[in-house]
Design a protein around this ligand. Structure first.
Ligand code: CLF
Ligand code: SF4
Length: 313
């Protein structure tokens, strides 16, 4: 600490390094790559993403979903799976990937915008009750579906919360679909934030381990990351993953955050939550240890049915 009582940048960096050396969740360390906080723990277990969720119910300004084999980023998959194909894919993955411990659903749309993810999770949980099931959602439907996720055996939850101020959120997600109506601007933003916080609180009551993904968007929410972390921590989240923007779609004109900007944002978040620092911004059909092994091409063979269309909600 400096004499003024404020942590110096060097002190903050040291504190974050020290914190990263301690497991945040001892029960998941080395067993879930995205809830492990040590480099060793992160590299030990593999995850499989099932791209079963075609639809999205909100419209993020940075989001460009696509089907291809090339791009390494969220929202991209080689093909869509039907929920009834999930069990066969997990069976194949368990033979192929020796350290597979987590089955996640993270796209290419939102896992709670259709029933596909919950259907797939329930079938997998019935067959392999010991596999860790993980979901990543924008949270709009979380209050309505979190009990169903729990019943389907999901235990680790990620909610993407990019702002807790409706004025800022409206710049990131300008519109969404809610109860068969379109909401715009701050009205949409208030609905999204309210649902996210309510959903997180209910998930915490149910015993989920909860991480927040926050996309760090220069000039829009870069000054706001501490406020996000503070509010989601009160709601019941335990960790935050500050993900640098990949400039795409309506935000293609922005720059990726610099190393210093990332560091500042993570330091602001670290005042309230554990910070996850190993994110690889995975594809919706990723398979293996994030950033280390990749079995997707071997796993998703061409016998699986392709559905080349999806909705942008
Ligand atoms: Fe997948 Fe996400 Fe579960 Fe991990 S990814 S649904 S929490 S099993 Fe992990 Fe990939 Fe980063 Fe996501 S490295 S993009 S944080
Ligand atoms: Fe794209 Fe929907 Fe995810 Fe936003 S919530 S990034 S619009 S898939």
């Amino acid at each position: 600490m400096s004499v003024s009582g404020m942590a110096s940048p060097a002190c903050t960096a040291h504190g974050m390094r020290q914190a990263a050396m301690q497991p945040a969740f001892p029960d998941l360390e080395g067993k879930h790559p995205c809830f492990s906080t040590t480099a060793e723990g992160h590299a030990r277990a593999a995850r499989l993403h099932l791209p079963v969720s075609p639809l999205c119910n909100i419209a993020c300004a940075f989001c460009r979903r696509d089907f291809n084999r090339i791009e390494q980023r969220p929202g991209v998959a080689a093909r869509l799976l039907k929920p009834k194909e999930a069990v066969a894919v997990v069976e194949r993955a368990l033979r192929l990937i020796p350290n597979l411990a987590v089955v996640g659903i993270a796209g290419p749309g939102d896992p709670l915008a259709s029933d596909h993810a919950i259907e797939a999770f329930a079938a997998i949980h019935a067959r392999w009750p010991d596999l860790t099931l993980c979901v990543s959602t924008n949270g709009l439907q979380l209050p309505a579906r979190v009990d169903d996720l729990h019943a389907a055996g999901v235990t680790t939850l990620t909610v993407t919360v990019n702002a807790v101020d409706p004025e800022i959120q409206a710049m990131i997600t300008p519109k969404l679909a809610w109860e068969r109506k379109r909401l715009d601007g701050v009205v949409a933003a208030r609905r999204l934030i309210d649902n996210q916080l309510k959903g997180i609180a209910r998930a915490a009551e149910l015993g989920f381990t909860i991480k927040i993904n926050t996309v760090l968007i220069p000039t829009i929410n870069d000054h706001h990351i501490g406020a996000v972390a503070e509010m989601v921590a009160v709601a019941g989240a335990r960790m935050i993953n500050v993900i640098p923007l990949i400039p795409e779609h309506q935000l293609a004109h922005l720059k990726e955050p610099t190393f210093i900007e990332r560091h500042k944002a993570r330091a602001a978040a670290a005042r309230h939550l554990k910070v996850f620092t190993h994110c690889q911004r995975c594809r919706a059909d990723a398979a293996g240890v994030p950033g280390l092994t990749d079995y997707a091409r071997d796993l998703y063979g061409d016998d699986l049915v392709a559905e080349p269309t999806f909705s942008h909600g």
